[in-house]
Structures are given as structure tokens and as C-alpha cells.
Design a protein around this ligand. Sequence first.
Ligand SMILES: *Cc1c(COP(=O)(O)O)cnc(C)c1O
Length: 378
Amino acid sequence: MKFGTKLLHGGNSIEKETGAVTLPIYQSSTFHQFDIDNFGEYDYARSGNPTRNLLERDFAKLEGGNYAFAFSSGIAAICSVISIFSAGDHLVVASDVYGGTYRAITKLFNKFNIEFTFVDASNIKEIENVIKSNTKAIYLETPSNPLLKITDLNCVISIAKKNKIITIVDNTFMSPYLQRPLELGADIVVHSATKFIGGHSDVIAGFAVTKDKNIADEIYKIQNSFGAILSPQDCYLISRGLKTLKVRMEESQKNALTLANWLNNQDIVEEVYYPGLEDHRDKEIHDKQSFGPGAVLSFKFKTLEQTKYFLNNVENVVVAVSLGAVETIVSYPAKMSHAAIPKENREKMGVTDTLIRVSLGIEDIEDLIEGFKKGFRN
Ligand SMILES: *Cc1c(COP(=O)(O)O)cnc(C)c1O
């Protein structure tokens, strides 16, 4: 079954009893036990809820995994996955990870003596050089945020396997429609389902997915112990959003490609970052490991004045934190997603005060370009 069909007919979510076509919402925190010696499948909804479990089963299949866990946010999924490691373990982390992930690692997990080394993950040598005897995992995002740098997944995964360490990929920017790292041999995929998976700027959610039973048991233990579960109502919204993932991604990606090429021809724009552009440094690697360039791009203005003017005057978009929605979202990484990273480190990473990130929605591209022109002042 192909992916678009799988989104609608690949799952378990048709209820046998009633034939309901949409995911039933079991708004129940606890479950009656008919036999005190043999508990039913469900007892308490933090440990398991039928709505959540159906969504998890469906999502695992979409991502090419066997086990998925739905969390109350992307960062809850990420922190729960990092929590499977122990004091004394060492993790190699891409230096341009999502700002919230960077904050969790440097301000929270460092308190528990989990050791981290940040590397430029697009440079394989740099990864190899920092692997130590206590290294347990490599954590990365590709394309990276917000500069859309590419990491060669096959390469990293083979280094990881050689060293008996696991690979964790945050697949938020691509969604399982455009990239499935587990199928390439990654061990865990995490998602902010708030973004393309939900797709409508109406719910905060996250996923962790794996093929491996032992890893799944560890993640389940954290999900149940820490309790950052996704509520039944929010599971429903994610299930509803997922049905249109393919059509949304296709439209948004088409808009991204057109806008990236248009921006590339504007004098006011210094540089455009998008793996769909022919001149993107690692386009070939990205094409090899994904099914499309996605719907997020970034670009730089020449001056701070132009940047500020744009943010205050661009039309037909929303200027906001977040990405991956039906509406085009323009964001300002320096003051939004990357505000938690000290200015000096941030600038060194290339996240300057003139950088704008755009997550394309499904508007008509002519109106988006008109709206962008309103924000341009030479
Ligand atoms: C938004 C985002 C997160 C965090 O997810 P939340 O749902 O906001 O908690 C993690 N990784 C990436 C790449 C993101 O864009």
C-alpha cells in the first residue's frame, strides 16, 4: 500500500463495534476490571488509553516502525527519549538542534550527569572524532533548523552501528511522508507532531517511534513513569491532521520550491537555504535519503533594517513561532526558536539577526509572493 492510501486505510482506527470512520475518543481516565485476577487490556489511562494506543499503532506504521508513543509535546517526546540514558552515558548531538532540545540538554540533563558533545553533524569526521567508550547515541536533525544543513543518514548510521551506539533522528521537518529514517537503519525517530503531522496550528503533540522491542520497553517505562502522555482529544486532532498529510505536504512543498527560486532572484536577498535548490551544497545527499525537499526554507537579508521592515510589513502570512501548518508561518529564529542559544554561539552557527525562516502553507503562491513584496524595502 502506498503512503497516501496508508494515511487513510492503513490503520486500526475503524472501530469494530460501531464502524465509526474517525478515531473514537475514549475520554476515560480509568477502566472497570471485570475480573480482579485478570485485569483487562486497560486499567489507568496514563499507562494506556484506547484512543492513544490506536493512534500510536497507526503512526508506528507510517514511520516504518513497530512501536510509537504519543506525548503531550515534541519536547516531551525528546526528553523522554533522552531519559532512557543513564548518568555517565555520553551522547553526540548536532550543534544546530532545535532550541528547546538544546535548552533541555544544557540546562536539564546536564544536572543528571549525562554528558553531551555538540558537533557539526554535516561533517562526518567531526562525529567520528568525538565518539568515546561511553558514547551511547548520536542525536540529529536533517535537514537542520534553521539553515537546512543536511546530514548523510546512511553514513552516520553506519558509523553508529560500527560503534554499537544508537541513532536518534528528529524527523519533524520532513514528516514520515518525505523521510523515514527508521527504514534507513536509525533506531529512534522523534517528532514534534505540533508541526506538519497535526498541520493546523491547533495542537501541541509529539511522537517517539522505534522498531526495537527493547528500546520500546525503555521508552514506555519513561512514558508511564514521567506521564507526559497525549490526551484523547489531542490524539483525535492529530489523527484528523494525519489524513491530509500527503496533500498538505505536496502543496506546501510546491509553494516552497517556487518561493525559494523567486527569493534567489531578488537583489535584497543575500542567500537562500533550501535543499530543493539546485545550488544547495548537499542536495544530492538529501535527495538520496528523502522523497522531497520539504516545505521549510530560510533566507538572509543584507541588513537588519530590511529584516525588521519585512517582519513588520509582510502580508498574507502569519509571523509566529512554529512551522508545519496550512498557513505560511514566517519566523525570526534569533528571537524565537533560537532565542535560548547565547548570541555568540548563535551567530557562529549562522543564525544571524538577518535570518528569516519560512514554513510554507497551502495558500496560492501568487498571493504569498505579493505579500513578500510588501515586506521588501531596499
Ligand atoms: C517544534 C519542534 C520541537 C519541539 O516540539 P514541541 O511540540 O513544540 O514541544 C522539536 N524539534 C523540532 C525540529 C521542532 O521544530
